[in-house]
Ligand binder design. Structure first.
Ligand SMILES: NC(=O)c1ccc[n+]([C@@H]2O[C@H](COP(=O)([O-])OP(=O)(O)OC[C@H]3O[C@@H](n4cnc5c(N)ncnc54)[C@H](OP(=O)(O)O)[C@@H]3O)[C@@H](O)[C@H]2O)c1
Length: 355
């Protein structure tokens, strides 16, 4: 099974039979077991062209495979060092299987050295043996598929803001506060002394976010002007031009930093010729920069173990409200994708799908 999306019309999608050929020397075949699907994957499709997300798992002309995070098993190791049956966590196509060219295989995992991935960001080309991951727990596989890729960014963002002492701010304002990535960032930020964490969300989701009792306050998008004016940083998960303008207009010079992380409101993004806003220019938060910085200071093991320390409490907390919705088969993948694309998904739900 292959789930394909029309690159110039993300609502047009279809299931196709997957074509497989014999393995070439140096290749191994992986069978996709399960993967998580959240708005983050929709963002991969929205920026498929601009940020080359379509290039990871190429499809026929005009169509794309939306990348997902999940578990796969080695179906055929070919002549490589991968052992049949090894369980792997990483970046996958929404398909029954795919072929990798394993390189630098060690006890932790390997890198896919397929020529078409050579110029793509390295963070997505690494695959881990599940058992070798510090965060791996078999009973938490669903949470790992759904939250690991998001919380990694949440963790790094909090670490970045913390290392900058929140640019002198005392309040962190997060948009799309109901998203799992924002919740992860809020979970981390709320542990910092002297930081008030404010969540902005759609009017209909205020209740859900308030019930989580994570943010110090939760405000609907139309109420931004009701927030107390104090030195603040804006963490923009929505990408929504109107919400961004409202936050900048409201805080003005009290806004100390404006970080762009997500684009959940991808149909309301600021056009390139956006009007200049009061306060600092919005700056894209590029997680790999923070990884590089911390790897240089802490080493890879140091970063991994700090992440694992943060992951444990977060996943414990999240498992209290996250409703894992398991579905099997191509039609279920299509339905979940369309629901997320249209913003109809319940924020407490996390789709775990099997192709
Ligand atoms: N830069 C990075 O490295 C990085 C890494 C991870 C994630 N992210 C980004 O973080 C964002 C959140 O991802 P997630 O997977 O955590 O999301 P999620 O949990 O699936 O978030 C769901 C929430 O997003 C908003 N939303 C989703 N689709 C919408 C639509 N069509 N129209 C209006 N609102 C919609 C709604 O929140 P509200 O009503 O509260 O707005 C909804 O409750 C994504 O844009 C993702 O790309 C970025």
């Amino acid at each position: 099974m292959d789930f394909l999306v029309r690159r110039d019309d993300l609502h047009e999608c279809r299931l196709a039979d997957q074509e497989t050929g014999p393995l070439e020397p140096g290749q191994a075949a992986l069978q996709v077991d399960r993967f998580g699907l959240t708005t983050n994957n929709i963002t991969y499709a929205v920026f498929g062209e601009a940020m080359s997300y379509w290039d990871f798992f190429p499809a026929e002309d005009g169509w794309g495979r939306v990348p997902v995070w999940g578990f796969a098993e080695v179906e055929d190791g070919g002549d490589t060092d991968l052992e049949k049956g090894a369980r792997i966590f990483g970046y996958l196509p929404p398909s029954s299987g795919f072929v990798v060219t394993p390189h630098r295989v060690d006890e932790r995992g390997f890198v896919d050295a397929a020529p078409h991935r050579a110029n793509l960001p390295a963070a997505y080309n690494g695959y881990s043996f599940a058992e070798a991951m510090e965060v791996y727990e078999p009973r938490r596989e669903a949470e790992q598929m759904l939250l690991w890729p998001l919380f990694y960014t949440s963790f790094l963002l909090d670490d970045f803001l913390g290392s900058e002492r929140l640019f002198g701010a005392t309040t962190a304002v997060l948009s799309s506060a109901s998203s799992k990535t924002a919740l992860g960032a809020a979970f981390q930020l709320a542990q910092r002394e002297g930081v008030r964490v404010v969540g902005l969300t759609s009017p209909g989701r205020v209740g859900f976010v308030e019930e989580l009792q994570l943010y110090h306050s939760v405000v609907a998008y139309p109420e931004v002007a009701s927030l107390p004016k104090e030195p603040a940083v804006y963490v923009d998960m929505s990408g929504d031009a109107a919400v961004r303008a409202a936050v900048h207009d409201h805080y003005g010079d009290e806004l100390r930093h404006s970080a762009v992380i997500g684009a959940t409101h991808f149909d309301r993004l600021a056009p390139e010729e956006a009007r200049s806003l009061p306060g600092p220019n919005p700056k894209f938060f590029f997680a790999p920069d923070q990884v590089r910085r911390r790897t240089a200071e802490w080493g890879r093991d140091g970063l991994d173990s700090r992440f694992a320390d943060a992951w444990g409490p977060f996943v414990e907390w999240a498992s209290g409200w996250l409703e894992v919705v398991r579905r099997d088969g191509g039609e279920a993948v299509k339905a979940a994708y369309l629901e997320l694309l249209d913003g109809r998904a319940d924020p407490s739900a996390g789709y775990v799908l099997s192709p």
